[in-house]
Ligand binder design. Structure first.
Ligand SMILES: Cc1ncc(COP(=O)(O)O)c(C=O)c1O
Length: 431
């Protein structure tokens, strides 16, 4: 496959060699030929090769690259005052008030600087609130990269490496846990695995503190799930004295066409974790819960985080909320996402190897299989590389890495979405 880079077919890119020395070889790069980007604006990214690419990967600056209001808020606050959190300052308080009001189910916030930190805080909060240690997660999840949170990453169901963590098969209708089961019966089969995990943690003396899930199962590949699973799982968790932690790091902030992923699945979480888009690039994450849960955590830890809950985080975080609201981005993600998904679904049965198109809002997955119906990860990767050559930046996703992940900024113009469909047709025309 021919690639487009600063030095096409002329030996190793000198910047790649510098990077390998500077970072140490092994720091992952996207695509078969690395892409060197130099500028961003809205949904567009511009390469050192002089080309414009549409950002269909995004995640962090969901309000668009270099949004003038975010740039202005960041510069103004930095030029006025930026301190740690042990002085009275209005912007961070305002952000906590606005965030919890939007979430409806939470009251107070602990700010931090990454999703990993915020998830670890959530786990500690749940353990303090319940007096138990056991956490249950899905078997194809990612919630962060430190030792405690990393224990949840892709932990196979039944794996007992970590005494206080158990995973359960993630719910899905495409490849049901018990072949042939659907609806209520399938939901019950997954919930039975949750019960077994809870009982195992209790039998091992860890007790049960929380179930942690991304409500739209982003890292699991956005599967469609049995409709009643979340409600049944939540009831079971509560029956066993546990809390529900909703990881909204990817699902939240309008990404899925509603403010929160839990709005889609009928889940009322006890603890909510937000991150990535919160600061549009400024490191900013939050763990929110009822005031009593947060105050217990504060009393037991005296938690302090140097760069968190600062006036800068507050000012930028509030401006991100303003932009999403005033530009109607949640509604835009909902309507344009629905249009894009419907258009891609029309290709089912026509596009070679396309097995499924799913997702919510502007967060979609297109899953590919080979002629025998097996997950086709090489094809998905080849398509992602070909889409990049056509000017659209995506990546692979899903439990088998056989999905093309489509997650543009919430400001994606409709004409870029339509152009993406043309590019999708071009690159998928052949199996
Ligand atoms: C669902 C989810 N939770 C948490 C994290 C961790 O966030 P961070 O990379 O900011 O630590 C990620 C990162 O990809 C994520 O996808």
């Amino acid at each position: 496959m021919t690639g487009i880079s600063a030095t096409p077919n002329s030996g190793p890119d000198p910047l790649v060699e510098r990077r390998d020395r500077a970072f140490g070889r092994g720091a992952k790069l996207f695509y078969d030929e690395p892409l060197h980007l130099v500028r961003g604006e809205g949904a567009s990214l511009f390469g050192a090769d002089g080309r414009r690419y549409v950002d269909m990967y995004n995640n962090v600056p969901c309000v668009g690259h270099a949004h003038p209001r975010i740039v202005d808020a960041m510069a103004r606050q930095q030029a006025t005052l930026n301190t740690h959190s042990r002085y009275l300052s209005e912007p961070a308080i305002a952000l906590a008030e606005r965030l919890t009001a939007l979430q409806r189910v939470t009251e107070s916030a602990v700010f931090s600087c990454s999703g990993t930190e915020a998830i670890e805080i959530a786990m500690r909060m749940a353990r303090m609130a319940t007096g138990a240690r056991g956490i249950v997660c899905s078997d194809h999840t990612y919630h962060g990269n430190n030792t405690v949170v990393g224990a949840l990453t892709n932990l196979p169901a039944g794996d007992k490496r970590h005494a206080d963590v158990r995973s359960i098969p993630f719910p899905e209708t495409l490849r049901p846990l018990v072949p042939g089961l659907t609806g209520e019966a399938l939901a019950d089969a997954y919930v039975a695995r949750l019960l077994a995990a809870i009982e195992d943690l209790k039998a091992g003396g860890q007790g049960f503190a929380a179930l942690i899930l991304c409500p739209i199962l982003a890292n699991e590949g956005l599967p469609d799930i049995p409709e009643t699973f979340m409600a049944k799982a939540a009831a079971l968790v509560r029956e066993h004295g546990g809390l529900i932690i909703a990881d909204e790091v990817q699902a939240g902030y309008g990404r899925s066409g509603t403010w929160w992923g839990y709005d889609h699945v009928g889940l009322t979480p006890d603890i909510v974790v937000t991150g990535k888009p919160m600061g549009a690039g400024l490191p900013l994450a939050a763990t929110t819960a009822k005031r009593a849960v947060v105050e217990r955590f504060r009393a037991e830890t005296r938690y302090f985080n140097t760069f968190a809950a600062s006036p800068l985080q507050g000012a930028v975080g509030c401006t991100v909320l303003d932009v999403i609201k005033e530009e109607g981005l949640v509604e835009h993600a909902r309507t344009l996402g629905a249009e894009l998904k419907a258009a891609l679904r029309q290709r089912l049965g026509l596009t070679p190897g396309l097995l499924d198109v799913r997702g919510k809002g502007l967060f979609l997955a297109a899953e590919f299989v080979d002629a025998d119906g097996n997950p086709d990860a090489p094809r998905a990767f080849a398509l992602v590389c070909a889409l990049r050559e056509n000017g659209f930046l995506t990546s692979v996703d899903g439990a088998f890495n056989n999905c093309v992940k489509i997650r543009p900024p919430l400001v994606l113009p409709r004409e870029d979405a339509l152009a993406f469909l043309d590019a999708f047709d071009r690159v998928t025309a052949h199996a």
